[in-house]
Design a binder for this molecule. Structure first.
Ligand code: MOS
Length: 763
């Protein structure tokens, strides 16, 4: 069936907007259970050692306390799970309440269950846990860390490389060599980390806001030793996720066990502070970049070495060299990623792994090269633009990087920039204009969907994809409306329930590409059924027409050479009730048993730089204006402009909002965010929204998004690349580059805060 024309112009307000602003949307935290017991977590006060004793007396004495769970009574009840990156489900292989060992600060060591939240909280504070403490290793600079090459830690990992980077660097006329770092950061979604479990016989219901309901269903079944069909996970709305709800964490199995023991529903609401250690986070990274270039700006050698902190237990890594080594043409490339095991909780996905921490150093170094060459940074990128990635020479399915630069530069007013650092002023403020590239891989996963069309012309779409603020309800409804020629209001969409046909994790910006394609397929199956019935019917004005020529539009089936039939009439030829279709989609590069794996909640994301025969990325260009006060060094960011090309844009409204949100978060992580750690105790210190710095409205004056039209027929049938994380990746470097332009000071360690400029003499 013909693919509809490029639809960058399509735009619709969120179909779930009214439900959200009126409070009618039910989030994971809004589980409607009768008379639940309340759980309160007790988390470890040390980062390494073991629990020496637990005195439950004072806690048990609090009226309303029902039970106290710890390793002493849970122990073997929860089976060990395999790490998700090794084909399992869990985000950390530390068994929940499995032993007296303490592996990181803030680990769940006990759970108090009571009739009320207040009683559970009070008793939790009265529980006396004593520890035998050992000296923890906090991070990169601590004694006792273990450094392991990523290649050794994971069979999946490759260090991309080509040619002889060392010799080419030595011979290059212009050289840049520098170290960069990014800090620990936390997602802090506004909806707290909550879980509610209720058993009905041997059936377990779980309400938990999630990016992966099938992953939780299957992983939890494995932990509890039950059949996955006994578990149902419900998460129709998610109050912020950003990766933090992408993997199965410790609390879910614990609350399931608690509900079983009490024979009563149990509801957990973890505190903001606990969220810093019971969920995942972005761990700090360090980088060494070496670039050798000719005097014409062409790269001759690129070397990117990255180091990432992880836990003792798990080899979590983002290893973004897959992207950073492929952004520009370069004949000699070296890369190596190493992980550093410390006494930390296992990190995890945080918008936007893996590119975000790896493009900051690369795109800063490219700016440093432009300064060394006295070359315009956009022209430097143009000189090194390429249609083929440099490692294996594979062609990009499409790449509109320079179109993005040209459109963003025009909108931003790059022409007024005086290239001399520290040369632009606005009263008492130094003004800086900076830019950087952004890129994000187009990932796709196997997906399934069921579509039902009634004779009244109402459509129901069912798939266990996730609405995490990404606009999934809206783009899925738009896809069905367009395919079936019906108004958007006639489409209802059901998501976020593991009883629905499985869909992949909402991660790696894959939802729109994976799910809209399979929904389109199911709609096409319905069209086929209806059209075939009409063609065969003697009393239809469409009888005998060419099948491929018939269109569905405004509730009417039409033939181009005249002849039409209202949809309800056509539908009744197929069925007295509704017409239903179930579709599966196995995207290019995914394995043949991808659908089977999907049902088992295992992710089979393919794409980006991992395909054997081609390479697929979305690209963009981001521009930042920064003002630095000449005396106080106060930093303000009045303007961000980004232009992005991500294939077909399904909904310009939600796409713009995703990209804008990404850039705003990029400014935030460049200028504000850092989770600080007490190096002596390996515990986080600023674990609340008062001390974890984020921007407010007054900090983000203007953020503009330009959608650059791009058609890509290779990535998938609908030509969707996905853009949930694209806007976020380039901003850090654009901010740092603008700061250098304003002040002549190069800050290579994020976040860029006022104190890092106090000693600077350049301004
Ligand atoms: Mo996203 S960090 O891949 O949920």
């Amino acid at each position: 069936m013909a693919i509809p024309a490029q639809a960058t112009g399509a735009a619709a307000a969120r179909v779930d907007g009214r439900l959200k602003v009126t409070g009618a949307a039910r989030y994971g935290s809004d589980a409607n259970v009768v008379d639940p017991a309340h759980a309160f977590l007790v988390t470890s006060a040390i980062a390494r050692g073991r629990i020496a004793s637990i005195d439950e007396g004072p806690a048990r004495a609090v009226p309303g306390v029902l039970d106290i769970l710890s390793y002493r009574n849970v122990g073997q009840a929860i089976a060990p799970g395999k790490f998700f990156a090794a084909g399992g489900y869990v985000g950390s292989t530390i068994v929940p309440l499995g032993s007296p060992r303490v592996a990181h600060g803030g680990q769940i060591v006990a759970v108090v269950l009571a009739d009320s939240f207040e009683a559970a909280r009070e008793a939790a504070h009265r529980l006396k846990v004593s520890y035998a403490q050992e000296q923890p290793s906090a991070g990169f600079d601590s004694d006792g860390i273990e450094i392991v090459p990523a290649k050794q830690a994971s069979k999946e990992h490759e260090d991309p490389g080509v040619g002889d980077a060392a010799s080419a660097f030595a011979a290059a006329p212009v050289k840049i060599e520098a170290h960069y770092s990014t800090p620990t950061q936390h997602h802090n979604p506004i909806e707290l980390f909550t879980t509610t479990c209720a058993w009905d016989g041997d059936k377990l219901m779980v309400w938990e806001s999630s990016q992966n309901v099938h992953g939780i269903k299957n992983g939890l079944a494995q932990q509890l030793g039950i059949d996955p069909e006994q578990v149902r996970v419900i998460s129709p709305y998610v109050g912020g996720a950003f990766g933090s709800r992408g993997s199965l964490t410790q609390r879910t199995a614990i609350i399931a066990v608690a509900a079983k023991r009490l024979n009563r529903p149990v509801k957990l609401v973890a505190t903001r502070d606990q969220g810093f250690t019971i969920a995942t986070y972005r761990a700090e990274t360090r980088h060494r970049i070496k670039i050798g270039a000719g005097t014409d700006g062409r790269l001759q050698s690129l070397s990117h070495e990255g180091f990432e902190v992880t836990s003792r237990a798990d080899p979590y890594m983002v290893s973004g060299t897959d992207a950073s080594t492929r952004l520009y043409a370069c004949p000699n490339v070296f890369s190596k990623v190493s992980i550093v095991h410390a006494d930390r909780s296992t990190p995890g996905f945080m918008r936007s792994p893996p590119e975000l921490p790896y493009l900051f150093p690369l795109e800063s170094a490219i700016d440093e090269l432009a300064v060394a060459l006295r070359m315009d940074p956009i022209e430097l990128r143009r000189v090194n633009d390429t249609k083929n990635e440099p490692i294996n020479g594979l062609p990009y399915t499409s790449r509109s990087l320079m179109q993005c630069f040209d459109q963003a530069a025009e909108a931003f007013g790059w022409r007024r920039r005086n290239p001399e650092p520290g040369s632009m002023r606005d009263g008492d403020w130094a003004v800086g204009l900076g830019c950087a590239s952004t890129m994000y891989p187009t990932a796709m996963a196997p997906a399934t969907a069921r579509v039902t069309l009634t004779p009244q012309g109402s459509v129901k779409v069912q798939t266990a994809a996730h609405e995490i603020g990404n606009g999934a309800y809206t783009v899925i409804a738009m896809t069905a409306a367009e395919r079936l020629g019906l108004p958007l209001e006639k489409v209802s969409v059901e998501l976020g329930d593991s009883d629905l046909p499985p869909a992949p994790v909402a991660g790696g910006s894959n939802t729109t590409a994976s799910v809209c394609n399979v929904v389109a397929k199911a709609c096409d199956e319905i069209r086929h059924k209806i059209i075939r019935a009409a063609l065969r019917a003697n009393d239809s004005p469409l009888a005998g027409k060419a099948e491929a020529s018939l269109t569905f539009s405004e509730g009417v089936v039409k033939s181009p050479d005249g002849g039409s039939e209202p949809l309800p009439t056509a539908i009744r030829r197929v069925s007295n009730g509704a017409v239903e279709a179930y579709a599966e989609n196995l995207p290019h590069g995914t394995s043949a048993d991808g659908i089977e794996k999907l049902y088992k909640g295992m992710q089979d994301l393919a794409g980006g730089a991992k395909l054997k025969d081609r390479i697929q990325f979305a690209f963009g260009a981001e521009f930042v204006e920064l003002h630095v006060h000449l005396r106080t060094r106060e930093i303000r960011c009045p303007r961000v402009v980004g232009a992005f090309a991500a294939g077909r844009i399904m909904n310009a409204v939600t796409a713009r909002s995703q990209l804008m949100g990404g850039m705003i978060w990029g400014v935030s992580s460049a200028l504000h965010e850092e989770t600080e750690m007490d190096e002596r105790t390996a515990r986080f210190t600023n674990t609340d929204l008062a001390e974890y710095m984020i921007p407010v409205h007054a900090d983000i004056v203007s953020a503009d998004v330009i959608l650059v039209p791009e058609e890509d027929r290779l990535v998938n049938e609908l030509g969707i690349k996905g853009l949930g994380e694209l806007g976020n990746v380039g901003t850090n470097a654009a901010v740092a580059n603008a700061l250098f332009h304003a002040t002549g000071v190069r800050v290579r360690d994020l976040p860029i805060r006022l104190e890092k400029l106090l000693a600077a003499s350049a301004i």
